[in-house]
Design a protein around this ligand. Sequence first.
Ligand SMILES: [Zn+2]
Length: 376
Amino acid sequence: MSDRFEFSVSATDGRARSGTIRTPRGDIRTPAFMPVGTAATVKAMLPESVRATGADILLGNTYHLMLRPGAERVARLGGLHRFMNWDRPILTDSGGFQVMSLSSLRKLTEEGVTFASHIDGSKHFLSPETSMEIQRQLGSDIVMAFDECPALPASEAEVAASMRMSMRWAQRSRDAFGDRPGHALFGIMQGGVTRELREESAEALRAIGFDGYAIGGLAVGEGQEAMFGVLDYAPGFLPEDKPRYLMGVGKPDDIVGAVLRGVDMMDCVLPSRSGRTGQAWTRRGQLNIKNARHADDPRPLDEACTCPACTGYSRAYLHHVFRAGEMISGMLLTWHNLHYFQELMQGMRDAIAAGRFQDFVAEFEAQRAGGDIAPL
Ligand SMILES: [Zn+2]
């Protein structure tokens, strides 16, 4: 533990790196995967169960929490950590992305964005200043600068104008955040898939100075090839000695590809969301538990997995409870998926530290290429 926010890289292998973010609420081992606790819960999981999967940090959504139950209420109740019974680090997003994707009647100006809640239509305003205040009320350990991510498709001129406004908002976020020892503020690089814009954005953020740097505006439908194309150069525009966070990623092969290109942190709803729709992720790829082939299969999802779903239950049982609409279905599959994602991160951290990350990636790809175990 540390009374400050600090990051150190302990090993590199090619562009991949492993290290530790130290915070007053505990260490975050990197590369790190952050499960998403949208509405102050990782759906279908107790916080201690999330921790048991190996998560060091959770993500909370400013947009959802400001609308319900409200950031002031969370503050009165002792902050988000106490409210949701998670005493380790929490990163909150700025709200900007979900205003764009979820709310209606948006009005965007240089000052900020006015929008109508997707829950009850009530009017709200978010700006760099209000986002910093809301994230402070929530008690977030890692605060994200308020930015705008243009809806795709967008022209290069639109992406450039949006990125430059986000950089002005980054300065306002920095000014409004102030000096808060033990808490970190991350800037967010924008610029779409244009190298020159990414470089300009990175230079603007470095001039302001942040505790960490996110790569925003990816994983928004551009496809893996275009995303990896940006990741081939974008992390290199950011400071070596600060964490690099790729927002909203992703599938296991996206995650491995991002780490290979120098990313330290990621978040995604995928393991929890797909757990509730009957999708399981294993080292052999993705499987759908509702498929009839599992109905009589006494074997676990993955015989090598040590999670409760795999040590205690058969594919046949998981198939049955999914088909019957039982709650334990989402609980077990979410647990397994989060366990698998965290095991993947641990495997990468160990491989980077041992200087054998290329071998790890080759093995990861070979196992997936083989596909799921054959039906009985
Ligand atoms: Zn498992």
